[in-house]
Every structure is written in C-alpha cells, then in structure tokens.
Write a protein that binds this ligand. Structure first.
Ligand code: DQA
Length: 147
C-alpha cells in the first residue's frame, strides 16, 4: 500500500463550526493533520479530499479502487441517500472503511440506514475525529494481515 485515500462528503468542510455539540470543534484540517502525521510515520502517503458534490466522490472512489488504494469514507448525508456511491464502491472494487464522527444510530432514524455499509469492509461511528484514526489503524492492520 503506498497511499490511503480519505474522502469526505457534503458539509464536512464546515467541521469545527457546524453543530459543534454533535460534531465537535475540530476542523477537517485538524483531522487531516493528525492523519498526515500517522501516515508519515508509516511511510504511506495520504490523499485527503472533501467535496459537496456526489459526482466528485464517485470519481475519487473509482480512482482509489483503480489504484488499489484503501479508502476511508465519510460520505456525510450521502451515506443515507446515494446508490451511486454504493455502485462506485462495488464497481471499482474499492476497499472502503465507512466512518462517521457522530453515532448515526443514536440520532434521527433516517441516519440509521446506510447505502455504504453493505459495500464497506467495516464501519466506525461515534468517536468524533478519533473515528478517522481508528479507521486508519484498521487500514494498517488489514494491510499487515495481507503481507
Ligand atoms: C456524518 C453523519 C451524517 O448523518 C451527516 O449527514 C453528516 C456527518 C458524521 O460524520 O457523523 O454529514 O457522516
């Protein structure tokens, strides 16, 4: 594995300012910096992206899948709506870990359904920015098991 792709969906650019009681005060740049450091320690490069547009995420999942790079995906609200993202993961045979800052199962009932989960290798939710770190650890462990 030479790179890990961390992909973030709609509204996650507002992290830190957006509903801090739910999502906390760390910004997406803070999360990127934490992951950057951990990846550097392992000699792995980090591709870290955010978009408010579904098609960008489809393109990026296809790119990562094509490159054989694992994906940590917080699809935001698209988690609960997007068959296109499900199809992209399946179609590109991308290895995806689904992450959420909040515990989606403890919130509105519409957040309990994910179109991503059936195509994901695993799901981590509810630990704030730590969800991303745990997902990165899972990626590293998964890679170790392969070698
Ligand atoms: C989220 C949970 C989603 O339900 C919500 O739409 C988001 C963020 C999370 O990280 O907790 O935008 O994915």
């Amino acid at each position: 594995m030479s790179a890990v792709h961390v992909l973030n969906g709609p509204n996650l650019n507002l992290l830190g300012k957006r509903e801090p009681a739910i999502y906390g005060t760390a910004s997406l740049d803070d999360i990127r910096a934490t992951l950057e450091k951990r990846c550097a320690e392992r000699g792995v490069s980090l591709v870290f992206r955010q978009s408010n547009h579904e098609g960008d995420l489809v393109d990026w999942i296809q790119e990562a899948g094509g490159a054989g790079a694992p994906v940590i995906l917080n699809a935001g609200a698209l988690t609960h709506t997007s068959i296109a993202l499900y199809d992209a993961i399946k179609g590109a045979q991308a290895v995806v870990i689904e992450v959420h800052l909040s515990n989606v199962h403890a919130r509105e009932s519409f957040r309990s359904h994910s179109f991503i989960s059936p195509a994901a290798r695993g799901v981590i939710a509810g630990f704030g920015p730590l969800s991303y770190v745990l997902a990165l650890d899972a990626v590293f462990e998964n890679e170790l098991r392969k070698s």
